[in-house]
Design a protein around this ligand. Structure first.
Ligand SMILES: Nc1ncnc2c1ncn2[C@@H]1O[C@H](COP(=O)(O)OP(=O)(O)OP(=O)(O)O)[C@@H](O)[C@H]1O
Length: 210
């Protein structure tokens, strides 16, 4: 199993619950705005603490309320590509990538810096600042920063949201390569049915609470 999830979260007045297990590959969380997709990614990353339940990734419990397990985000080794990318605006592309790279202890790095540049096609962007990048370029840098942190699994929140239509195919192909060539378990959020049909080996519907 890649992700074994059975948790309840509280977000403001809203209670959200999720229960599913996934195999390898890319699992899509699919549902309307406000249904609780990002909240679940945040809980898997360790940024939101569930009120109860457990989250296991590739056999390792990262949260288990009953067993009092709650690993810190950096102990979970997750690569998170945020919906709004969150590149550091004051750092160059190189600086952003190096930030991811430095997060990983040496023995947990499985992707060389040069290989990441080649894989993502971003070598020519190293000295650019994030504000000067197109949506697709910024997305590739955000994926690079996540991969360079030596993750055991990836969380991707609407990675096509800030990419214009002309470039979507390019990023979709890149995500397929991440899925197939790096064999990392991926939890992927989208509300675009065609996108999840193309990418996902499993689709988990997330419905609004109540
Ligand atoms: N920090 C917060 N405080 C209070 N309520 C929150 C908070 N974050 C999210 N919520 C609420 O929790 C619910 C789930 O939000 P979440 O962002 O997880 O949904 P989503 O499915 O990812 O939506 P979208 O597709 O619009 O990103 C919503 O009702 C939202 O208003």
């Amino acid at each position: 199993m890649s992700f074994e999830i059975d948790v309840r979260l509280r977000r403001g007045a809203t209670e959200l619950s999720y229960a599913f297990e996934t195999g390898n590959g890319l699992t899509a969380l699919f549902g309307p705005s406000g249904a609780g997709k990002t909240s679940l990614l945040d809980a898997v990353a360790g940024l939101v603490r569930p009120v109860s339940g457990r989250i296991v990734v590739s056999g390792k419990p990262v949260f288990d309320r009953e067993r009092r397990i709650d690993l810190r985000p950096e102990q979970r080794r997750c690569g998170y590509v945020f919906q709004d990318l969150r590149l550091f605006p004051h750092k160059s592309v190189r600086g952003n990538l190096e930030f991811g790279w430095k997060l990983a202890p040496q023995d947990q790095r499985w992707l060389a810096f040069e290989t990441a540049l080649e894989f993502l096609g971003i070598g020519h962007l190293l000295d650019r600042m994030p504000a000067t990048l197109s949506g697709g370029e910024a997305q590739r840098v955000a994926i690079g920063r996540a991969l360079l942190s030596g993750p055991r699994f990836l969380l991707m929140d609407e990675p096509l949201a800030s990419v214009d239509t002309a470039r979507r195919g390019e990023i979709l192909t890149l995500i397929e390569r991440v899925r197939d060539e790096l064999s990392l378990p991926i939890l992927y959020v989208s509300h675009d049915r065609a996108e999840v049909d193309r990418l996902a080996s499993r689709i988990i519907p997330v419905e609004p609470a109540g």
